[in-house]
Write a protein that binds this ligand. Sequence first.
Ligand SMILES: *Cc1c(COP(=O)(O)O)cnc(C)c1O
Length: 353
Amino acid sequence: MSKFWSPIVQQLTPYVPGEQPKINNLIKLNTNENPYGPSPRVITAIEIETGNSLRLYPDPQSKRLVDTIARYHQLKPEQVFVGNGSDEVLAHTFQALFQQGKPLLFPDITYSFYPVYCKLYGITAKMIPLNDNLEIDVNDYTDANGGIIFPNPNAPTGHGIGLDAIEALLKKNTGSVVVIDEAYIDFGGESAVTLIDQYPNLLVIQTLSKSRSLAGLRVGFAMGNAELIAGLIRVKDSFNSYPLDSLAISGGCAAIEDRTHLEYTRNRIITSRNQLTTELEALGFNIIPSQANFLFVTHPQHDAAQLAAQLREKNIIIRYFNKPRIDQYLRITIGNDTECTALVTALQKIILG
Ligand SMILES: *Cc1c(COP(=O)(O)O)cnc(C)c1O
């Protein structure tokens, strides 16, 4: 605490991201990064861009990227907003589209940035418990609200819900904005983008960080009714005119355009996810069926925190959340074949001795 901090800053509880240690030979399965790297076309596009004028400011509207995303998702450019990672898009969404006077509904177990943004923007959080299987049940989202947000598939559980459930929620909740955070949608979920033209209060947020393997480039985007997008643009233009640099705009376009690379890498991750599920189940783990690039697992005989510590001794890092209801779970990112094998071998040693 410092007396120089503003009253708002005094009461913040900042988000703590998964660690990014600089250790050689570390098997890093803690932040849901994609092991396969981005499309080679992204690197070429960025190299070409460095030869252009970095002297100049980038396009404040990132129009090339907005148009590319609109084409990919069969939307109009007015229905697309881009930002510096989906975290920034989320931040603007909290400020622009949730009603400060009413509670925002989101799951008790979910992306832990949501309560952080609530504090930053003076929004009351009302957490709706996941059901006993740690799943979102949209029938529980009936309270009066100034907005609803959850990831689909949810994080850190990996559990996804169908479009029928999302549509049912949208039908019952027409008076406030419903945000679906689709950070992991490309790994097997059903995107709500197809509902945008029918529901003016639906905002869908995606990112290039996970399925396009570009967490380092910081590109995220929102899709929805043009009115919602205009609200986001008002906040963006009151905050930072150039959230995306020239390299991110060029690299982002190349990433979206290379559908083959996305298909290939996502299929590899889904194959590994299925195989890892089988192997961990054989070691006695219970696993929530995942539609994401990670598994959320628990072992009836082994303490989760202790397992995480034992893996760390073997240079493997995974994510452990010391929070009610999930303190016996581990979140494990799907790595490449070598990483998955190393993880299973290490767990076999720990569990079978
Ligand atoms: C990773 C993640 C994000 C943030 O993605 P960035 O685009 O890298 O900021 C947002 N929401 C969820 C649920 C995530 O898991």
